[in-house]
Design a binder for this molecule. Structure first.
Ligand SMILES: Cc1ncc(COP(=O)(O)O)c(C=O)c1O
Length: 383
């Protein structure tokens, strides 16, 4: 029965153009990736500041593993609560301006372990409909009553709060939305926070390191708790949650995805301390990234593409799933790697090409990408 179901679901997936079969990256170097022997310019990476491919950081990382060993070999609650991890957590809390921090093995686990533990039956939680799957899974796990509001529409959130809220409520959102690339309306949310008793969780995975003063994100004025991941602009792996001290203690006591898992290796925490220095010193990279991202958006719009995004993530609306895959394939043939986001990552028939820019790209990459995108469309129409 199970094998039959698996086969039939996979067949459906293929027939509807939703089958996922990610290409194998043979090598990567800076903004380039090699696939099937071809070197392509990568517009699908979250290595926004180039730290994940920085040789200096790689060398430091190798030193940390030499010094601290390859594993923590235990959960935080057994014998994995290592001093270097606590030290790095303190440094992260200070840098991002929160009372305390807690590292998790991944962003997915962090969101699941935070949202799924903090909220419980009887609570009311309101969430932006475009939040990351890990946050949605956390809501499902929590047992709370949860209500979606239209993406980044503070007015709709207000209507929903007026209708459903009697006491306090939780809010779950992102600050730079991972697929749409637009920014949270912090001002609107701040006003609602004043009007209602709201407790706000903001996932800043795509903003930390890049946006805000010294890369400290954009949501501090409205976030009671923020989540960051190491695997994007910060060039490492794992995740961190920034939160009040007693909430940290609460998660250490009750968050199963943290309690029953091996903690990150101490070398990761030691490297995380270095990362703060890299981030602090990345002002030029941030400015350059902002500049070329603006240029890319302007040029795409001028050519008639429907493009969204307020910073370094841009979403080009394609529509049908199959067309998005074909555009991505044609771009591949023309030397570019760009990711087609399809259902269920985005709504059905609203497929997008998600372009992420990094500080490693330059203006000629932007121009060449644009030419190739037009060429990709021309080839599809001619076929
Ligand atoms: C907004 C957001 N939150 C959380 C995650 C999960 O982070 P990680 O890759 O560390 O599991 C992602 C990653 O794709 C993300 O985009």
């Amino acid at each position: 029965m199970f094998a039959k179901r698996v086969r039939s679901r996979l067949k459906e997936q293929q027939e509807s153009g939703l089958y996922r079969n990610p290409p194998v990256i043979e090598q990567s170097s800076g903004k380039y990736v090699q696939i099937n022997g071809n070197w392509l310019i990568n517009f699908a990476s979250n290595d926004y500041l180039g730290l994940g491919s920085d040789p200096e950081l790689a060398e430091k990382m190798a030193d940390k593993f030499q010094r601290y060993g390859s594993s923590s070999s235990s959960s935080r609650l057994v014998s994995g609560n290592l001093e270097i991890i606590k030290k790095a957590e303190k440094a992260f809390a200070d840098y991002f301006g929160y009372q305390s921090a807690l590292f998790y093995p991944s962003g997915f686990q962090c969101n699941l372990g935070l949202v799924g533990t903090l909220f419980e039956q009887g609570d009311k939680v309101f969430f932006d409909k475009h939040i990351h799957s890990s946050l949605v899974k956390g809501l499902q796990l929590s047992g709370a009553d949860y209500y979606g509001y239209r993406h980044n529409r503070t007015s709709h959130l207000q209507t929903r709060l007026q209708k459903h809220l009697h006491e306090s409520a939780g809010i779950v959102t992102e600050s730079l939305f991972s697929m749409d690339g637009d920014l949270l309306d912090t001002q609107g949310l701040a006003e609602l926070k004043q009007e209602f008793d709201l407790f706000t969780i903001v996932d800043e995975a795509h903003a930390f390191g890049v946006l805000g003063d010294k890369g400290t994100g954009i949501a501090r004025p409205v976030a009671d708790i923020a989540v960051g991941t190491f695997g994007k602009a910060l060039g490492l792996f794992g995740a961190f949650v920034l939160l009040p001290k007693d909430f940290r203690e609460y998660l250490l006591n009750f968050s199963s995805p943290l309690i029953y898992t091996t903690s990150l290796p101490p070398a990761q925490a030691a490297a995380a301390l270095d990362i703060l220095e890299f981030i602090r010193g990345s002002e030029q990279g941030r400015e350059h990234l902002l500049q070329i991202s603006k240029e890319m958006k302007q040029k795409l719009s001028a050519e008639g593409f429907r493009v969204g995004g307020d910073a370094h993530i841009l979403s080009i609306l394609i529509g049908p799933e199959e067309t998005a895959s074909r555009v991505s394939r044609e771009l591949f043939n023309l030397g570019f790697f760009a990711f087609p986001a399809r259902f269920p990552t985005v709504p059905l028939n609203r497929s997008i090409l998600r372009i992420s820019l990094t500080s490693m790209h330059d203006r000629s990459d932007v121009t060449n990408f644009l030419h190739s995108l037009k060429e990709a469309y021309a080839r599809i129409q001619a076929a």
